[in-house]
Design a protein around this ligand. Structure first.
Ligand code: GLN
Length: 306
């Protein structure tokens, strides 16, 4: 593990990249985030960790929750049945692409880590309105370090009010029988899950739990099956950074998942989890500072799994 002092230096040396990005504004509340914020936390599989920069500042989890939604869907629905509704392949379109749903892959979402695939995964989680939220929220909670978890009500309401794009995606999927039932209720659970607040240590702990075969390294609680973690990690490798996943894998060699709140979690099987937050994003919707910092750490610590 790196010393805190050195990690501070690496974080500081990466801040220039944050200044090249822009905070997300399509959810108005996210536009209020500080573009200069950048933090990182590393956690090993004994639950020991080190943080640097603004690692204690929280952000909403956004698309990183898609990994937990997918894990819960795998727990509630056999993979072959899930695969009839959602593919496990890379995308060239953006995270909220609609055209791919209409023109490619027989109307099936390409993977569970773009919006269409995450909404379809949430549909496969057991329970009705509110229960699906609870099930996934409990899973996220069990995978974090402090096991306290709150919804940022302002972001949730902002996202719900400005969620036309996700409504378009979800209603389209209803028209093609990928999802059924009450679309607004399903989206309500999705918006709430995207608005869970996490800090870098929480993200690192979720990633370390994945790296540890589903056992939370801090609490020693078994949260997910090893096989399901392996499946989720495989999809993170190919689809975790949206249409930038290929280039990111070449650059860092690590399974990771990003969100438009500026978070990135990276999971190094058998070794550690990393959590980063930097709200300024690049064109693909991935944290600019986070990618720079993660690339430097991957290089220094030889994190590549390839
Ligand atoms: N809540 C966001 C949305 O649905 C999540 C997208 C993301 O983080 N890329 O638009």
């Amino acid at each position: 593990m790196m010393t805190q002092e050195h990690l501070e230096d690496v974080a500081e040396a990466s801040r220039w990249a944050a200044d090249k990005g822009k905070v997300a504004s399509y959810i108005p509340k996210l536009a209020e985030a500080d573009p200069h914020q950048l933090g990182v936390y590393l956690m090993d599989l004994q639950g020991r960790g080190v943080g640097a920069g603004d690692w204690q500042k929280r952000a909403t989890i956004q698309s990183i929750v898609k990994v937990a939604i997918f894990l819960q869907a795998l727990a509630d629905c056999p993979l072959d049945r899930l695969n009839q509704k959602i593919s496990l392949n890379a995308t060239a379109g953006g995270f909220n692409s609609i055209v791919e749903l209409e023109e490619r892959n027989q109307h099936k979402p390409l993977n569970p880590f773009i919006n269409s695939g995450a909404i379809a995964s949430l549909f496969l989680v057991n329970g009705g309105h509110g229960e699906r939220f609870e099930r996934v929220m409990e899973l996220v909670k069990s995978m974090t370090a402090e096991q306290r978890l709150e919804v940022d009500e302002d972001v949730y309401l902002s996202e719900k009010e400005h969620g036309s794009r996700n409504r378009a995606i979800a209603y389209f999927m209803q028209s093609t029988n990928i999802i059924e039932g009450d679309v607004e209720q399903l989206l309500d659970d999705y918006f709430r899950l995207c608005s869970l607040q996490v800090d870098c240590r929480d993200l690192a702990c979720i990633a370390a739990t994945l790296a540890n075969g589903g056992v939370n390294p801090v609490t020693r609680q078994a949260c997910a099956l090893r096989q399901h973690c392996r499946t989720a990690l495989a999809v993170m490798v190919s689809c975790g950074m949206y249409e930038q996943s290929g280039e990111f894998l070449v650059q860092t060699g690590v399974p990771a998942k990003s969100g438009v709140g500026g978070g990135i979690m990276a999971s190094i099987p058998g070794r550690m989890g990393l959590g980063l937050i930097g709200p300024a994003l690049n064109e693909a919707g991935n944290s600019s500072g986070g990618i720079e910092l993660l690339a430097r750490l991957a290089d220094e610590l030889d994190l590549s799994i390839l």
